[in-house]
Structures are given as C-alpha cells and as structure tokens.
Design a protein around this ligand. Sequence first.
Ligand SMILES: *Cc1c(COP(=O)(O)O)cnc(C)c1O
Length: 388
Amino acid sequence: MSTDLRSRAWVEINRSALHRNMARVAGLVGGGERVLPVVKSNAYGLGLGSALRVLERSDPWGYGVAEVREAEAIRTHGVTRPVLILNPLPPGDVHAAVAGGFELSVSSIGEVDRIVETLDGSGRSVRLHAEVDTGMGRAGFDWREVGRWGPDLIARSSEGVEWTGLFTHFHSASDPDADAMTVQSDRFATAARALSGMRAGNWVEHLCNSSALFRSSGLAGDLVRPGIFLYGGGIGSDLPAPEAVVSLRARIVLLREVPPGTTLGYGATYRATRPERWATVAIGYGDGLPRSLGNRGQAVVAGRRVGIVGRISMGLTVVDITDLPEADVRIGDEATFLGRSGTESISVDEVAGLAGTISYEILTGLSARLPRLWSSADEPDAPDTGIQ
Ligand SMILES: *Cc1c(COP(=O)(O)O)cnc(C)c1O
C-alpha cells in the first residue's frame, strides 16, 4: 500500500487562499450570510468535505449544488445549512430530494406537480426557488410568459409548498462588452414584480455567479452564487482576479538523452531536432491533464518553464529539458503543471486557454486518482488529506 500521497502525481489546494477568496466575496456583499457558495462537482474538483470546512468559517447562507447526491453528500459532512439544488431534477430524483429536505429549484409547473405529488399528504413541506429564464435558455420559466405561469405558482402555495426564492442566471457576465447582463436584470425585475405576491418571510432573490457579482458590485439580489472565483479561476479580464488555489504536480520518473530524429509518443508527432534531453513525468490525461496540451503546454521544472513535447499519454507526459543545466534535474523531482513553483507559475486560466477550454473544465477534470492535499500557506508543513 502506497502511503506517500506525493509519490506520483497530486493536487495541492491552498486552504487559506480559498478562505480569502470567500472572505472577499462576503466582504463585497455585506457578509457571509448573503453568500450561497456553489460546491457542485465535488467543489469544482477540489474535494467537497475539505472545501466545506473552509467555507463554513464564513458562515454562508447555504450551499448550491447541481443534483441530489451532491446535496446528500453535504449532509454527510454534518452541515445543516440550507442546500439548494440548482438544476432541474430528473424525475427519478424527486423522491430523494424531497425526503432529504433540500431546497429545490423549479422551471416548470410539471416539476412543481411532481414534487407536490411526492409530498402527498405526508405532512412534510418543501422550499422551492423558481428559476426565471431571462436568456440562458437551459432552464427556468420564460420571463415573457410570467402572466401565464405566475398565477399557477401562486395557486400552488399551499399543500406543503413554500415559495422561498426566485432566481436567474446570466449567460455573458464574464464578457466586459456585453450589455446582456442589464437586459437580463431588467427581464428578471419584470418577472419579480409580477410575482411580488409570493414574497413571504424567507423570500430570497439571487442572480449573480462570480463574474456577475463583481460586475454589479455585489448589489444585485439578496444572495450571490459564486463558484469559480472561490476556487481560483479568473472571472473576466476587467474584473478582480482571485488568489490561485490549486496546484498540480507530478514526479519525473525517467531522464533520457536522445539524438536528433528520435520520435516521441503516439503518432510520433514530435521528433528531436538536435541532441535533446527529455524528462518523462508520471501524469497524463487519465489524471485530467488535457491531452490537447501535447506539443503546446508547459510545466515548471527546476524553477524554469519547459515545453510538453509529443502527445500526452494516459499516465505519462514528456517535457523537453534540454535548456536546463544537467545537474538541476533528477529522477524523483517535481514538475508543476498548474500553480506556483519558485518564481514561475502557471495559472488555471493559462492552461485552459491553451487547451481550448475554460478553467471550470480543467478543475472538474482533475481525476479521482489524484490525491488532494490541503494545506495552508501559513502552515506549509501541516497538510491534511481531503480526498473525496
Ligand atoms: C455553477 C453555477 C453558479 C456558479 O457559477 P460561477 O461562474 O462558477 O461563479 C451559479 N449559479 C448557477 C445556477 C450555476 O449553475
């Protein structure tokens, strides 16, 4: 049994940076009780339990997730705050969602009726948030038709249904040039006015993801729903950058000196053009290092940036270390693919850009086989393991 969690490839998570990103959001909106941190997909790949332990310190309103199993997982960590399932429920999950006592978002009268049917005189009640589609299109009641569905919602205000919230989601909040946010806000306000009769004691309205909350200076709605900013992903070129939270590192397992013409990797897409030195690193696309970084991406080895050469394999990646002093690199040394190493650092947004995707996909793609090591910058020698 291998007990050294840093023996091959691993993810490091900076607990204090996560806390400070959360505190920054809370500060902007006037307190943690106005924040609904989104922790779907295992807290964007970081590890749910350890992320919750950090976020709990800011005393948030509750947590947002995508589906019922994630909501149940939050309860297994002993968190009793509201948990809102943000996505429409597959019919097969309605029973568990109601039984779990989670807050549910609804986008259609059919969903509301399935939920009411599930309650079926059990004496239980359920808190619902109606999503308004103001342009995102994937979910929500159409804002243009509020005159039609609004009265239907109001009519279902008994039978254990408690209308708790109204929300929408912006489609282009990270884009500095888009005026779509104003358009969507106005549409949401129109729907909210038409539904003002539903507002009761616990009523909350929420619109903003990470970029939208900074773009609106935290002023829109009662709650905000940050995700990526907390976990260190950029939210737009003109908006504040979060502190980096995640690093991805792996060990060098082989060093080779090759003559010109030597081919490398599947498809032999790389060929040494001079006498070269290559380091084989024990990480690959099976760990979530995007295969599209082959012949494009970089790593930091011995404090210097080096290029990934050839195609990335499932568990191995080769970097060209020809330009590093020979004595600087040994088998067993670390290569950093994400995060800081010495004075160099590679951001999750840089990696995402090279891989043709977004930071969200990079973070959630870090595979389960990578140990998650949580440490704090203030206590670098006391990591704990937050493996999910
Ligand atoms: C994922 C999600 C968020 C968080 O968005 P970020 O861009 O990560 O801040 C907020 N609201 C909803 C409805 C989501 O699905």
